[in-house]
Design a protein around this ligand. Sequence first.
Ligand code: PMP
Length: 420
Amino acid sequence: MSTEVWQQRAERVIPGGVSSNVRLLSPRRFFTHGSGARLWDVDGRAYVDYLLGQGPAFLGHGHPVVTAAVAEAVAKGMVYGAQHPLEVEAAERFVEAVGWAEQVRFGVSGTESDHAALRLARAVTGRRRVVRFAGTYHGWLDSVLIDYQRGWPAPASAGQPTDALADWLVVPYNDPTTLADVFDRYPDQIAAVILEPVMCNAGVIPAEDGFLQFVRETCTTAGAVLIFDEVITGFRLGLGGAAEYYGVTPDLAVYGKALAGGWPVSALAGSADLMSELGTGRVNHSGTFNASVMAAAAVSATLQVLTEDPPYARISEHGTRLMRDLAELGDNHGFPLRIQGVPAAFHVGIALDPDDTKPITDYDGLARLDLQQYAKLTADFAEQGLWVAGRGVWYVSAAHTDADADAAVTAVDAVLRSKS
Ligand code: PMP
């Protein structure tokens, strides 16, 4: 059955034909299977994949070690409503890999672990307000989903009560002065600062030199909890995530995506001092599926693979090459492609002003890009067998080979050639 037929069937029984609204932005494809960094669809077309399921397929699709470990574990059941040895082993491997954290609670999605982090921060400080940065994403719940374009803090979805957003203070990324001002304006009221240490949901915008250190010092001085949302950066920039990459230690951090080789697992981690508040029961964090047999097996096996054969140097080389090659293609075809980020997660945009080569350092800077034109190009990329996100981010996995990069470059070359 063809893509068109599957699409008609999907649209009858699934709103919009998609199960996550993020997918409304991508061309419709129905994949039958994936292996390594490749995907195949119902029409038999092959794709090289730099979207990685929005990040989780960090080891590539169907990694044999993780797949075998999960299959073996789940044959003995999935949920016991109690503890099990695999869960303890996964937690031990996790704290060992992350380095700075002492305790971890596993969850199912980044959204809910972010929510747990914010609740814990409010509980330990006895304060309500939270600082975040324009352009970051911390899940789709009423209390966190913000439309940064409609004045702050505005809800981003119909049905979202605005009073759920009342405690947010939104400041520009990479702007220490405004952050300091906010702390001056609300003394002893700020429970936490939450941030993506590399912003990956609005372009890809790395923290500038010294910025994370400044946020760390500001939080320490004010008695606020520093939360790193490492849902994308965790285990992707290195075993210790962005905390290790930048040498800045948060009080709490949230993980997901790359943590479990594609299985739905998230984590909230921190010092024993803070995390113990969950253990006494004073701060509620619950979930039927938390640390299920599947989740624990997936985390353990993923971390085993990442520890025994760290892919980070390879990924860095691969991403660096690709960023360079794509920039060159832009130059060759007279397309003002602007590429920035880190090799494991970088952003490709099209400058509105061809002479504008300044890096983008905050959300407002994205207005200098033609985001819609790029999103349209990704539909053409898909026609050429390249699967990337419409919002411009490219993720590099441990499974990508030189041949995959060659295929991506050939696809982009063909599309840009046809447009120039
Ligand atoms: N935080 C960040 C930084 C994310 O990128 C995402 C998902 N893209 C989330 C939280 C929410 O994670 P999930 O989709 O697993 O709920």
